[in-house]
Design a protein around this ligand. Structure first.
Ligand code: 13P
Length: 269
C-alpha cells in the first residue's frame, strides 16, 4: 500500500503551552478512534501504517512536540525551514545538524510565504542538499500565483521552479527521498481550494517533470485551503500522495477529521 502523507503546517502559531493542550487531546482522540476500529476488526494495521502524520511546528515548540512523538509513533515532527550550513556565525539560523540532533526527519523548504520574504531557488536547493546530507527529507513547496494561473502559465512556472532546484541536487541517490508539495498561492489561506481535477492534472504534470529530473517514484502532496470537507476528494484521485494542511491543522478536532477521511479512503469506506 502506498503511503499517504498528512502534514500539518502550523506556521507561526501555537505557544508551547498550546502544544501540550493540542497533543494531549489529539492523541487521546486518535487512539480512541484507532482502538474502536481495531476492536470492531474494521481496519488492517497496514492501512493505519500507510498514513504518515507529521506536524511541522515552530522551532520553539519542537522540544514539546517531540515528547509526544516519542510517546506516540504514529506522529512525527518536521521543521518549517532550515539553514543550509551545519554550524557557524549565522545569527538566528537553525541548521540541519541541529534538527538531526533532535531526530527531526523532515523539513519544509521553499514555502511560498518564505519565497515572499526573499527565498530564492538557490536558497532552496542549498537547503535541500544540506538536509539530504543528514538524511532529513526535504518537503519542497512549489506553486503558481493567481496572475500566473490566469495567464495560463501554471505548467511553465512549475517546470521552472522544479528544474531550478532539481538540476542542483548533488546526490542523485538521496534525491529519491524528496517530497514535493503543490501549493497554488491563490489557494493558500483563502478558503478557495484548487479543484481536485486541476490539482490532479498539475500534480501529474509535476510528477512527469520530476521523472525527467531523475526521481523514479515522485511523491507530490496538495496544499491550499484543505479541510475535513474537501480532503477526501484529493486522496481519492490516487495521484495525490497526501495533504499539506495549514489553517485546518491548528484545530486538533479538524485535523483528526482529515486523518479519518484519509483512513476512510484507504479502508474503502
Ligand atoms: P492553508 O491550509 O491555511 O490554506 O495553508 C496551506 C499551506 O500553506 C500549508 O503549507
Amino acid at each position: 500500500m502506498e503511503e499517504i502523507y498528512l502534514i500539518g503546517n502550523w506556521k507561526m502559531n501555537m505557544l508551547p503551552a498550546d502544544v501540550l493542550a493540542y497533543f494531549d487531546k489529539f492523541l487521546i482522540n486518535l487512539r480512541k478512534y484507532i482502538n474502536t476500529k481495531k476492536e470492531k476488526r474494521d481496519i488492517k494495521i497496514k492501512t493505519l501504517d500507510a498514513v504518515k502524520t507529521i506536524f511541522a511546528v515552530p522551532y520553539i515548540d519542537m522540544f514539546y512536540a517531540n515528547l509526544y512523538a516519542n510517546e506516540e509513533k504514529r506522529i512525527e515532527i518536521a521543521a518549517q525551514n532550515v539553514f543550509h550550513i551545519d554550524e557557524g556565525s549565522y545569527t538566528g539560523e537553525v541548521s540541519p545538524l541541529m534538527l538531526k540532533s533532535i531526530d527531526i526527519k523532515y523539513s519544509i523548504i521553499g514555502h511560498s510565504e518564505r519565497r515572499k520574504m526573499g527565498e530564492t531557488s538557490k536558497d532552496i536547493f542549498q537547503k535541500a542538499n544540506a538536509l539530504l546530507k543528514h538524511n532529513i527529507v526535504p518537503i519542497i513547496c512549489i506553486g503558481e500565483s493567481k496572475d500566473e494561473e490566469e495567464k495560463k502559465k501554471t505548467k511553465e512556472v512549475l517546470k521552472k521552479q522544479i528544474k531550478e532546484i532539481m538540476e542542483n541536487i548533488n546526490d542523485k541517490n538521496s534525491m529519491q527521498k524528496i517530497i514535493f508539495a503543490y501549493e497554488p498561492l491563490w489557494a493558500i489561506g483563502t478558503g478557495k481550494h484548487c479543484s481536485k481535477d486541476k490539482a490532479n492534472e498539475n500534480i501529474l504534470y509535476i510528477k512527469e517533470v520530476l521523472k525527467e529530473e531523475g526521481i523514479e517514484n515522485p511523491k507530490v502532496l496538495y496544499g491550499g485551503s484543505v479541510n475535513a470537507e474537501n480532503a477526501r476528494e484529493y486522496i481519492e484521485t490516487k495521484n495525490i500522495d497526501g495533504l499539506l494542511v495549514g489553517g485546518a491543522s491548528l484545530k486538533h478536532t479538524e485535523f483528526l477529521k482529515i486523518y479519518v477521511e484519509i483512513i476512510k479512503v484507504l479502508n474503502k469506506e
